[in-house]
Design a protein. Structure first.
Length: 84
């Protein structure tokens, strides 16, 4: 067994150690019934993996719908009257 692979029972009994290794070293793999089940990784590593590649503004500018002629201007009229 590699240092970064844990059986589920061992991972449960040594969870603090598993978390420390994930934070200090590399992502840790947990197996269940001999099959890879989950990966425990540091929040820093998770943030890198899930960070958007571009900003929302850049995404919208390069979208195929950018030239579709959609009217996204705000209606400045007052809202309609509603009887309550």
């Amino acid at each position: 067994m590699k240092d970064s692979t844990w059986q589920l029972q061992e991972a449960k009994s040594k969870f603090s150690q598993l978390v420390e290794r994930a934070m200090r070293e590399e992502p840790q793999i947990v197996t269940k019934h001999g099959n890879k089940a989950v990966v425990v990784l540091s929040f820093e590593e998770y943030a890198k993996l899930t960070r958007p590649k571009t900003s929302l503004v850049e995404f919208l500018r390069t979208s195929p719908l950018a030239e579709a002629g959609l009217d996204i201007t705000r209606n400045k009229e007052t809202p309609r009257e509603i009887d309550l």
